[in-house]
Design a protein around this ligand. Structure first.
Ligand code: MN
Length: 207
């Protein structure tokens, strides 16, 4: 078994009232599990791919055999995206980021409010399923806001995600139904800025 489902670093109900416990349980234990299981099926028999970590697998997606490449994009992306998502949320989250991450946001977007507006606009305008991301671009040394469809990982484009909001309906439909913008507004209250800052530090270090 090459990849395993990570357990949440908090209880299913820890993000209430912003994200409900049932959504967290189904999202992590069924949706994320399916990505991990299907990734393992896709790379079964490919010992060279099984020994890679998930980021290396996605960064080198062009080296994945064509016959399984889309399955790795979908399910490997799904695994990497959700693993990050759980880590950058947490109980007692939200607020305005300060320190290194706060400064990086100001440098890239002007201020925190502008970054939030851009992330919300990207998430709201993603037709169908996908993610709204804040990534570190090693080429510019700055943060950027992007969106990607489905489970397409920014890692495939040489970008390093540090913050992302899942805008697939499975991420919010039980509590927010069709009101994706309301979900994104509430989601900010779950962000663990310390974890985001650690992602940025790792990205800058080339990890
Ligand atoms: Mn999801």
């Amino acid at each position: 078994m090459a990849f395993t489902l990570p357990q949440l670093p908090y209880a299913f109900n820890a993000l209430e009232p912003h994200i409900d416990a049932l959504t967290m349980e189904i999202h992590s234990q069924r949706h994320h599990k399916a990505y991990v299981d299907n990734l393992n099926k896709a790379i079964d028999g490919h010992a060279d791919l099984q020994k890679l970590d998930i980021a290396s697998l996605l960064r080198n997606i062009k080296n994945v055999p064509e016959g399984i490449r889309q399955a790795v994009i979908n399910n490997g992306g799904g695994h990497a995206n959700h693993a990050l998502f759980w880590e950058i949320m947490g109980p007692n989250g939200g607020g305005e980021p300060t320190g290194v991450i706060g400064d990086a946001i100001k440098a890239a977007f002007g201020d925190f409010a502008k970054m939030k507006d851009t992330v919300k606009a990207n998430g709201g305008s993603q037709f169908g399923s996908g993610w709204s991301w804040v990534v570190y671009n090693p080429a510019s040394g700055k943060l950027e806001a992007i969106k990607r469809p489905n489970q397409d990982s920014p890692l495939m484009d040489g970008l390093v995600p540090v913050l992302g909001v899942d805008v697939w309906e499975h991420a919010y439909y039980l509590k927010y139904q069709n009101k994706r913008p309301d979900y994104i507004d509430a989601w900010w209250n779950t962000v663990n800025w310390k974890a985001v800052e650690e992602k940025l530090a790792a990205a800058k270090a080339g990890k």
